[in-house]
Design a protein around this ligand. Structure first.
Ligand code: DQA
Length: 163
């Protein structure tokens, strides 16, 4: 894969449990694209925006907590996070997001608000910068566009959270 442009701002893209099964997991809900295919497109889009994407996926809550901390330690401009079902349950992820100054954008392929009641509550929504959901793989791309627009607004990428 081509290198990001020199001086590109670092953006973490974190995917949680079961998102490694995209493409074959409930395709009527999550689409037919694999995570690998989605990431290839996103890497290209990120480069065109002057962003360097660091994409990771784990089925383990603790790994996601560690990567949120790492995003701050490495001076990331933003984190784009699809926490999967941990969205609805994880106080540890909520606390990790609240503990870092890096803005986090919550992303979902589906629209959890239009699905089963247990998906209606996001534990992390109160501490993220914003939420993009319901656009399939496009949700990730829109999140990247939001990061690029935030960067334009505030050169230097200062913390803009108000929680
Ligand atoms: C999801 C929505 C969650 O409710 C679900 O548990 C997922 C995927 C989404 O991207 O639509 O694993 O985060």
């Amino acid at each position: 894969m081509a290198q990001p442009p020199a001086g590109a701002a670092l953006v973490f893209l974190l995917n949680g449990p079961n998102l490694n099964r995209l493409g074959r997991r409930e395709p009527h809900v999550y689409g037919r694209q694999s995570l690998h295919d989605i990431l290839s497109e996103l890497e290209r889009h990120a480069r065109s925006l002057g962003l360097a994407l660091e994409a990771r996926q784990s089925n383990h809550e603790g790994a996601l907590v560690d990567w949120l901390h790492e995003a701050e330690d490495r001076g990331a401009l933003a984190v784009i996070l699809n926490a999967g079902a941990l969205t609805h349950t994880s106080l540890a992820l909520r606390d990790a997001i609240a503990a870092i100054a890096v803005p986090v954008i919550e992303v979902h392929l589906s629209n959890p608000a239009a699905r089963e009641p247990f998906r209606h509550r996001s534990r992390i929504a109160p501490v993220v910068r914003g939420v993009i959901q319901g656009f399939g793989a496009l949700s990730y791309r829109l999140a990247l566009d939001a990061v690029a627009a935030m960067r334009q607004e505030r050169p230097g990428g200062e913390d803009q959270r108000h929680d």
